[in-house]
Design a protein around this ligand. Structure first.
Ligand SMILES: [Mg+2]
Length: 229
């Protein structure tokens, strides 16, 4: 009898991963401040550093809107990918925070409506590294770096954006890219499937985590993943 696939606890970020926040945000800014910024111009995390000086911190006013997420569309590929991961038996948890707390209830409703996640699978908070996940998918370079540092054996994944190129060095995969999120999500699901594939090794010990699925495991004594269950 073949060994079952490993069920993984997968933490999924929302903005920039599942929800297309930046497109309407930039459109709103360009209209109000008579500018022509595109997604390609988002080369740093803090938007106030990119917009016109007279706009500055006002760029974040857009987020302070209780109805904001009524107008946000999912990124292509995100909804079907999350559903596929759930069908495969994984425990998918949305982990998100909001710069403006007024928009947080609407964001939670957005997650429930588009990703079909119950309230118990939606965690709101800034410090994602406090959670022990098998997989984190995020776009913020500081979140990816903190998570890699705290959980070196976790699968740390993201979608490539101009503002997170620095994260290449501390992610397992920064999927290409924001211009084709459907392709990026396909890559992310394939990467997670490889981690979940039945194999002799486990995800718990460094020697196993570094081996490819077909390699033999490190045979750490009494490892439940390798010998038990
Ligand atoms: Mg994000």
């Amino acid at each position: 009898m073949s060994k079952p696939r490993k069920s993984l606890l997968i933490g999924v970020d929302i903005d920039g991963i599942c929800a297309d926040l930046h497109t309407p945000w930039l459109a709103d800014y360009n209209e109000k401040w008579h500018d022509t910024l595109t997604l390609d111009d988002l080369t740093v995390w803090g938007m106030h550093q990119i917009v016109k000086p007279e706009c500055g911190q006002h760029i974040y006013d857009f987020l302070n809107d209780a109805t904001l997420y009524e107008h946000i569309e999912p990124h292509a590929g995100a909804v079907t990918a999350v559903a596929e991961l759930q069908r495969a038996g994984h425990d998918v948890v949305a982990i998100t925070w909001s710069y403006a707390e007024d928009s947080l209830p609407g964001k939670i409703r957005w997650i429930q409506r588009h990703l079909n996640l119950g309230r118990s699978n939606i965690i709101t908070g800034e410090r994602k590294e406090l959670l022990s996940l098998d997989v984190l998918i995020d776009d913020a370079p500081h979140n990816l770096q903190r998570y890699r540092s705290r959980w070196p054996l976790a699968l740390v994944l993201g979608i490539a954006w101009p503002y997170n190129t620095v994260a290449q060095s501390y992610t397992d995969l920064l999927a290409e890219d924001y211009r084709n999120t459907e392709s990026a999500w396909t890559q992310l699901v394939a990467c997670i499937n490889r981690r979940a594939a039945p194999r002799l090794g486990c995800n718990r010990h460094l020697d196993c985590a570094q081996k490819r699925p077909d390699d033999v495991c490190c045979h750490v004594p009494n490892c439940e993943d390798c010998f038990g269950k």
